[in-house]
Design a protein around this ligand. Structure first.
Ligand code: HEC
Length: 146
């Protein structure tokens, strides 16, 4: 019975979709990797949409990245890693700056690309500090986080 209820809740969450429902908390390495893959997918799509002047699509994709960052902020706060929390918070500020550009009546494509690049620096800053490995062998946390 319990299983059924959990299942129903998951289906409801899926049905409502990712736009309204807050990102669920990150508890495991698996959860974390899902969020990162989502970052990579959604931010890649944001850049692509900006490149083809599909600014509304870019905004939609960016909203997913923002949700991920909100979940990341809670995760890193829980781990008491203030520097990582600062990187994430700064990321949200930069992301909102990009969102503001995309929300204009006639968004400036070059300004949007520059803002996207600035935001992306936050991905790199945290990976430098807390991620090890590579695309071939896989990525993982540096020691001392999980
Ligand atoms: C505050 C820290 C932090 C931020 C910000 C961050 N990452 Fe990560 N990311 C990590 C850590 C730590 C790992 C390694 C964890 C793992 O993969 O097990 C990781 C792993 C990844 C992976 C590999 C996932 C896998 O398959 O294991 C991708 C892809 C990725 N990040 C993309 C991004 C992108 C794109 C952004 C920015 C939009 C971003 N990350 C922002 C910390 C961060």
């Amino acid at each position: 019975m319990r299983r059924l209820i959990v299942c129903a809740a998951a289906v409801t969450a899926m049905a409502i979709g990712s736009v309204v429902v807050a990102q669920s908390p990150i508890a495991t390495v698996d959860d974390y990797q899902k969020v990162m893959r989502s970052n990579s997918q959604a931010f890649g799509a944001t850049n692509k949409a900006i490149a083809s002047s599909a600014f509304a699509d870019a905004k939609t994709q960016l909203a997913t990245v923002r949700q991920n960052f909100v979940a990341l902020q809670a995760f890193w706060a829980d781990k008491k890693k203030d520097d990582a929390v600062a990187i994430v918070k700064d990321g949200i500020v930069k992301l909102d700056a990009l969102d503001a550009i995309l929300s204009g009546a006639a968004p400036d494509q070059m300004a949007a690309q520059a803002a996207a690049k600035t935001f992306q620096g936050q991905c790199g800053a945290c990976h430098q500090a807390y991620r090890e490995g590579n695309a071939q062998e896989g990525f993982k946390f540096k020691a001392g986080v999980m």
